[in-house]
Design a protein around this ligand. Structure first.
Ligand SMILES: [Zn+2]
Length: 269
């Protein structure tokens, strides 16, 4: 069997195992979610996903490790051109990236599902509060945080607290739901970063700008979904995005020759 065929077969096998591990993890996670949808400790789910994450990462790491251990030499030893060798390496790297994306998306999807199921239960269990002074029934809206409700009969303000279940919806869902809803933008952002890093440094300014814009798009969408749980994020979305980008500008862009040479061309956010 030629080295190219063996490499091809190895990649297919890694892809297949990765898919199987993900499918099994998702299946058992969904069964577990059903058992804690109305309440209970969900920590075992985090532990389970951590173990799955390690297993998946091991599979991803094997691709480039195996390439360096034997595939590179075997392909070159069979007299293939450098261009062919590079093409084969790129195939392995593309698979690694695709599997990395699939792994990263698994956990938010599972926790978003748990949050949605708990939300359904929390809504069904929601009851109005009672005025602490005159005992009048208050029609209190469902909310993730405590708030004060004025009584329509006596004017007394009563503190309304979210139920334990509702608090857990926010704890589980705040990031997961926002991240799940932003998959397309998140993938575009990672794609832009990989495209930039595929150049030998210094990176061309166009590739840096494309990555910058993809990040900004991601943050606007992510924060707008996240503001369902954290309403203060919706007050000044541009300011929120600017503050999340600041570190990238100072820690990354500032050290790029082409960025500095172009006059630090930040997007107007
Ligand atoms: Zn009252």
């Amino acid at each position: 069997m030629s080295a190219l065929v063996r490499w091809e077969g190895f990649l297919a096998q890694i892809e297949d195992r990765h898919k199987t591990v993900r499918a099994e993890a998702e299946g058992s996670a969904r069964a577990f979610i059903a058992s804690v949808a109305a309440g209970g400790d969900y920590l075992p789910l985090s532990h389970q996903l951590m173990a799955v994450n390690n297993r998946l990462q091991e599979l991803e790491t094997k691709i480039i490790d195996t390439w360096h251990e034997k595939v590179d030499d075997a392909i070159t030893g069979e007299g293939h051109s450098t261009a062919e060798r590079d093409r084969q390496y790129a195939k392995g790297e593309a698979l690694k990236h695709a599997l990395d994306d699939a792994r990263e998306e698994l956990e938010p999807r599972i926790f978003a599902e748990l949050a949605r199921q708990r939300w359904t239960h929390a809504q069904a269990q929601h009851q109005g509060a009672v005025c602490t002074q005159c005992r009048a029934q208050l029609a209190t809206p469902i909310a993730f945080r405590a708030y004060e409700m004025p009584c329509p009969s006596c004017g007394q303000r009563t503190l309304v607290e979210p139920s334990e279940l509702l608090r857990s919806v926010a704890a589980v869902g705040t990031h997961a739901v926002a991240q799940e809803a932003t998959n397309a933008e998140w993938r575009a952002m990672r794609g832009a970063e990989r495209a930039m890093r595929a150049y030998r440094p210094p990176y061309p300014i166009e590739s840096i700008k494309a990555y910058e814009r993809a990040q900004i798009t991601y943050w606007f969408k992510y924060l707008s979904v996240r503001s369902q749980f954290e309403p203060e994020l919706a007050r000044d979305p541009a300011m929120e995005v600017r503050s999340r980008m600041e570190q990238w500008y100072t820690m990354f862009a500032e050290h790029e020759q082409s960025w500095v040479a172009a006059g630090r061309p930040r997007e107007r956010i």
